[in-house]
Design a protein around this ligand. Structure first.
Ligand code: GDP
Length: 202
């Protein structure tokens, strides 16, 4: 997919105020500092469409970006950041879950996982929640450039093994790096393929 246009539309913390549209949307979510903003910028080939965070936990809003006038990329708040107060955490957890429960045009959630780390309970719990609520999702492993190829492969294999303890199959996954662009095209083509089957051909 070639990105011809990418524009910020609206930020909010209330799912009922998200754009009223039937365009398909794809949500990006993960632990704070996982590399979500960098990935969104890499995917859209923009330097600062999503604000990379000096201070993680800052962007506790649902951000809608319109891509190629045909689909929305949705930047959801990072979860699991310790410096956010318990109340704030609860609030954004609630609107994240409301977003997934209510947003019918949400086609696929991309759950971002730092490829350097062992499986973390909070990510596992979040994916279980998605599964229980029948929310389709993929995994995007981030920061692949920070690992040597063998270690990266080992980590991804270990992750799969951990997932297969509770899931009958590994979800679709992508290995990416915002630093060198690895995997971006695969993610965009995946989205394009779905969109082609959803939208009338022009
Ligand atoms: P967010 O909090 O999930 O939006 O994470 P950011 O995109 O702000 O990234 C957090 C930190 O990781 C920043 O210092 C980024 O420069 C760094 N980072 C993000 N993605 C990559 C990547 O693919 N490779 C490398 N080497 N660093 C990355």
């Amino acid at each position: 997919m070639k990105i011809k246009s990418a524009e910020f539309v609206i930020s909010n913390s209330d799912v009922s105020k998200c754009p009223e549209t039937r365009l398909p949307e794809y949500a990006f979510i993960g632990r704070s500092n996982v590399g979500k903003s960098s990935l969104i910028n890499a995917l859209t080939n923009r330097k600062d469409l999503a604000k990379t965070s000096g201070r993680p936990g800052k962007t506790q809003l649902i951000n809608h970006f319109l891509i190629n006038q045909s689909w929305y990329l949705v930047d959801l708040p990072g979860y699991g950041y310790a410096r956010v107060s318990k109340t704030a955490k609860k609030t954004f957890q609630k609107f994240i879950t409301q977003y997934f429960e209510k947003r019918e045009q949400m086609i696929c959630a991309f759950v971002l996982i730092d490829s350097r780390h062992k499986p973390q309970p909070i990510d596992m719990e979040f994916m279980s929640w998605l599964g229980e609520h029948q929310v389709p999702f993929c995994i995007i492993f981030t920061k692949a450039d920070k690992m040597k190829p063998k270690a990266l492969e080992r980590n991804i294999n270990d992750y799969q093994a951990e997932m297969l303890k509770t899931w009958t199959e590994m979800p679709q996954f992508f290995v990416t790096s915002s630093a060198n662009g690895m995997g971006s095209e695969d993610v965009l083509n995946y989205i394009q393929n779905i969109n082609d089957n959803l939208l009338p051909q022009k």
